[in-house]
Design a protein around this ligand. Structure first.
Ligand SMILES: Cc1ncc(C[n+]2csc(CCOP(=O)(O)OP(=O)(O)O)c2C)c(N)n1
Ligand code: SF4
Ligand SMILES: [Mg+2]
Length: 250
């Protein structure tokens, strides 16, 4: 009999996320992967600034707090301290990873650090009340772009997978979404691969998860999923952006 249980790698702490927020789904996927790979005892997470700032409360593994985009740099140190016995992942939003943490992200990839990065792209600064993020879509209304993002004055969104695909050190880059059951299944497979790559010593792996922020988008959770599908996926196409080992095997 199959029993639908909470993954062992999640604590019993109630999540503080808003109703319908996709952070909860992504936490669960990461926890399921840690359980399935049997790595809970050696996994160390690195938490960001943003709504997932308290991710350390929700996972049973050890955690370090490295706000303001420093997570890949801190993860580098934690991994290098004991590469055989530490499985290290960062969990970061778009404000954390693609604004203040751009340098850390690019250079960790360039060094091919053997770490796993879970990048939650909800196109907005969720925690601080819905300001424009680097990944906010052109024309998207936020608290700081009330007439819609104007690319003439604030520039274009940063496409992280596309950007990193030109960094030689990056080993595996995939963009997934959590707007439907089939996409959630693909997201889990990508997250699992990103952890397995680290176990196999393959180097820098990043999974970008296209997500929602119903609260700051000003939508019901259901409408937010539809908005993601209709607006975000054309700007942020899903798929594998780089997989050097798959390319080598061809
Ligand atoms: C230097 C600095 N700039 C801005 C902030 C405020 N700040 C904290 S979290 C955050 C946004 C985080 O957004 P994101 O990383 O996209 O995570 P989300 O909440 O959307 O999951 C900002 C702007 C700060 N604390 N310090
Ligand atoms: S503000 Fe947005 S990202 Fe943050 S918990 Fe609420 S819905 Fe999720
Ligand atoms: Mg965000």
């Amino acid at each position: 009999m199959v029993v639908f249980e909470k993954p062992k790698s999640l604590t019993d702490a109630p999540l503080h996320y808003c109703p319908g927020c996709t952070h909860g789904i992504i936490h669960r996927l990461v926890a399921e992967v840690i359980d399935e790979l049997g790595i809970e005892g050696k996994t160390i997470g690195v938490a960001p600034v943003g709504c997932s700032v308290m991710a350390y409360d929700y996972f049973t593994c050890d955690f370090v707090q490295a706000p303001h985009g420093r997570a890949p740099a801190v993860a580098t140190g934690v991994k290098r301290a004991d590469p055989e016995n530490h499985i290290v992942f960062t969990y970061q939003g778009d404000g954390d990873l693609a604004a203040i943490g751009t340098a850390e992200t690019v250079h960790a990839a360039a060094r091919r650090e053997n770490i796993t990065v879970i990048f939650v792209n909800n196109a907005i600064y969720g925690m601080t009340g819905g300001q424009m993020a680097p990944t906010t879509l052109p024309g998207q209304v936020t608290q700081t772009s009330p007439y819609g993002r104007d690319v003439e004055t604030v520039g274009y969104p940063v496409k992280v997978c596309e950007l990193l695909s030109n960094v030689d050190g990056a080993a595996y880059l995939e963009r997934v979404a959590v707007n439907s059951v089939p996409n959630i299944k693909k997201a889990k497979a990508a997250i699992k691969k990103a952890f397995q790559n680290q176990i196999d010593g393959k180097g820098f792996s990043l999974v970008e998860v296209v997500s929602t922020c119903p609260t700051n988008w000003g939508m019901t959770p259901e409408k937010a999923l539809k908005w993601l599908e209709e607006n975000m996926l054309s700007y942020y196409p899903l798929g594998v952006y780089k997989d050097i080992y798959a390319e080598e095997a061809k």
